[in-house]
Each structure stands twice: as structure tokens, then as C-alpha cells.
Design a protein around this ligand. Sequence first.
Ligand code: ASP
Length: 351
Amino acid sequence: MRSLLALALLALAACATAPEPAPRWSLVVHGGAGVIERASLTPELEAQYRAAMQRALTTGGAILDRGGSSLDAVEAIIHEMEDDPLFNAGRGAVFTAQGRNELDASIMDGRTRAAGAVAGLTTIRHPISAARAVMERSRHVMLIGEGAETFARSHNLETVDPSYFFTERRWQQLEQNLRASNLPVPPRPAGAPPAPRAELSYPDDHQFGTVGVVALDTHGNIAAGTSTGGTTAKRWGRVGDAPIIGAGTYAQNGVCGVSATGTGEFFIRVGVARDICARMQFNRESAQEAADHVIAEVGATTGTDGVAGDGGVIVLDGRGNVAWAMNSPGMYRASQSAGGAPVVQIFADEE
Ligand code: ASP
């Protein structure tokens, strides 16, 4: 009887200390952070964003569920988001002060810590695929401008006329931004549709909409990717954090995957993505603790105008646990793990 009791106690203790089984796969997606408030997002636009985030989970979940790679899931989701004019990536990207779309992207393979990045693309339909080509088919990590375009063309990536990326919404945001700073408004780009007769009003006149994905596949491999048009009215070849490995994107098997969104200058200065991973690896912080710490650091950093950094991150740990953090009023975000329910959220206070 006594030994039976001892056995039962042992079994109980084993149950209490057994770690949670890791999900077979896990996925987290963002569609940009910024001043996204209930009062300024119409119900129609909110529904469109929620549907787009759900589509991202469905696309990535299908790939991961059939044993596909995290790299393929990241690339496939970002393809769809680059084609979706709702997001500031690919079609629907924000404009530079010269009235151009200059696209940046990066991707990282946590298995080997191989990485690829592109900046300042103007004719490549899917910048994330150009970043993947840099990672897999060159000896380099980052290519920019003309050279990056030539490289992408030589690897047969799909090209489009620059007007493909044009959307009226982003053009009007550029006009408003330039007028507010007393800068000249450039002519509408060649190939853009004629200006609408009445000025359209878009409630969310901030430049959010960068996209990012982190995935863990059934083979235990983590990948992360980020794609953006950058910030409205950027000048002088400005490049943000999205294509900077260690700032906007990072992945390391067994440790972390991170994609960031926000005012890129601060994310570069804080070294956001790599710092989150280092905290998880060396300080044994959870994904949530590391994300919260580093976003607090972004918020404690100011620019030459005294304004503090803002934005958010999505994170997976090595076992596929999801975390996100932001110091902006909202971030389009979604997550799902094998066998679990999808989660889609927009506003910072959503649980
Ligand atoms: N981080 C991007 C950049 O600075 C912009 C964004 O996430 O909205 O280029």
C-alpha cells in the first residue's frame, strides 16, 4: 500500500514538472504598428485588416501543417501582403519625397543564421523574394539600389513598372505630409491613374503597414522576414530597420525569431531584434520579457527633435511560444500554433 502511494506521488510530481509539449509549428505575423485607434479606423477598414491578417495565418498554417519549411511560410505570407494595397510593402508602399516607391526587405534562416536583405528596390514585385535570393544565391547579405535590381533580374525575379506600386491612399498621405513640412509636392508618377476629382480622406494618415512574419516549422527551424516601403516622404536614400539584420529581423534556432515595425531609426539604434534574442539566450528572459524590455528602450530613446521612438515587435521563442509588444496605440498582428485557435488583434489594449 505504502509503495503504491509512493508511486502515485512520484507520478504526480512528474506530471507537475513535465514541461508543456512544444507545438508542432507556430506562426506570428504583423502588418505594421502606429497610431491605429478605434476612433480613426472605420469598421470597413478594420474588417479588411482583420480579414487580411486571418488570410496570412491560413496561408502560412497550410504550409507548416503539411511539413513545409518556415522560410517558405514566411515568404508566401509576405508575398500576399506585398500584393495587398492595405499594407506598406510592395503594392501600397508609401512614397518618398520625390514621389517614388523604394522598397526594403530582409529574411533570416535560424537554422544556419544565413540572411539576405535588399534596400531601395523600385521594380521588383516581391522584395522578400529578392532578399531570399540574396541569402541563397549570393555570397552577400545586403544589396541596395541599382545593383540589387540587377541581381534580382539576373535571378528572374518578377519585375513590374514602378506605377504598379501606386495607390491613391499613399499618394494623398505624401501630399499631406509634404504640405505640412512646406516641401514641394512632386508630379504624380508616370503611369499612375488620374487624380480623383474630390480629395479622398483616409482616416489613418500615418505610415504604418510594414509587414513581418516569424515561423517555427515541424523540423524545429525558425525563420523571420520583414518587408516595407519605409516611412512617408523619406529622402536622400533613407533606409530604415526592416532590411537591417539584427535591427528589424533576426532568427536563431532554439532561441528566437523577431520581426519589428515602427520608426526604423530607433530600431537601428537600439539593435532591437538582436537584443531581444541576446536577452533570451544569455539572460534567460522569456520572449515576452525580452520584447517588453527592448520596446521600453525604444520608447526611452529620442531623436534630434526630442520625439521618442515608437513601434512594436513580434517574437517566437525556440519552442514556438508567441510574444508581441508595442508602445504605439496599435499593431496589426496575428498568431497561431498547430492545433490552436487563430488570434487576430489590432489595438494595443486588446486581449
Ligand atoms: N520600420 C519601418 C521603417 O522604418 C517602417 C514601419 O515599420 O512602419 O522603414
